[in-house]
Ligand binder design. Structure first.
Ligand SMILES: C[S@@+](CC[C@H](N)C(=O)[O-])C[C@H]1O[C@@H](n2cnc3c(N)ncnc32)[C@H](O)[C@@H]1O
Length: 236
């Protein structure tokens, strides 16, 4: 056993946890990788060439692990999340599994052999943005979903140094206000769509969408793309 393998084994022993529901996690992970809502050509293409990917809001690591597997072994996925036990997703996981969300995230990364690519940053998005000093290729925003939080995520991360073909994307374009579920039609039958960054009456129902549009307007970004719940625009 190499020193690195031994270190990994020791780390796992120290954590003393296993992936939650191993079968379903692995199934979900594979399925997620192949059918994740972000599995569209522009995201896959950017991932395949990326050096630094930033994920805001990583939770149990499903997307982090998929991103790691879809990029090269040299790609680093910076996973920013406070993993606060009181946050709605973490609280839900902990109440049902009686396990710590952050430890489970780490365990899932090891179980999927992507630990060398994943850099967890246990901070809120804004605090982490102040420390980040690399050149990013892709930002995926999936943290606090309020209009203001999405807007602030974009405001703090977008101006960081980026590669020529960098992509800004995120989850939950179809999510109604106050987590009141998704627009099922759009969610179940995704179509690629272009949206003007100008506000329209429909936007009043969707919290993430308003945050993205507010930022896009400020930056003079005229068009936002979506495919079901995924939204994106390229940084020019
Ligand atoms: C929807 S889950 C993320 C799911 C994950 N991206 C995936 O695809 O599996 C939202 C996550 O955002 C995190 N979060 C909430 N507020 C945040 C903030 N201000 N900065 C960073 N992450 C935040 C939560 O702790 C939670 O784990």
């Amino acid at each position: 056993m190499t020193d690195q393998q031994k270190l990994k084994m020791d780390t796992l022993k120290t954590l003393n946890i296993k992936p939650v529901h191993p079968a379903s996690f692995h199934y979900d992970s594979k399925n997620h990788m192949q059918n994740g809502h972000w599995s569209i050509p522009i995201v896959l293409d950017t991932l395949s060439k990326a050096q630094y990917v930033i994920e805001i809001g990583a939770w149990l690591g499903h997307t982090s692990i998929s991103f790691a597997k879809l990029s090269t072994l040299d790609t680093k996925i910076i996973c920013v999340d406070p993993w606060d036990p009181q946050e709605r997703h973490c609280r839900h996981f902990q109440n049902s599994s009686k396990k710590d969300t952050y430890e489970q995230f780490v365990s899932n990364c090891f179980a999927n052999a992507v630990e060398n690519q994943i850099i967890p940053v246990r901070l809120d998005s804004i605090s982490a943005s102040k420390l980040f000093n690399y050149t990013y290729d892709l930002i995926y925003i999936d943290g606090d979903h309020s209009e203001e939080a999405v807007y602030q995520d974009l405001k703090h991360w977008y101006p960081k140094k980026s590669s020529d073909a960098s992509l800004i994307c995120g989850d939950d374009w179809t999510l109604f206000d106050n987590w009141a579920g998704h627009n099922q039609e759009e969610f179940n039958n995704p179509q690629e769509r272009s949206h003007s960054s100008a506000f329209n009456e429909e936007d009043q129902k969707y919290m993430v969408r308003r945050g993205v549009k507010r930022f896009a307007q400020e930056q003079g970004i005229k068009t936002i793309q979506s495919f079901g719940r995924l939204w994106w625009f390229e940084k020019r």
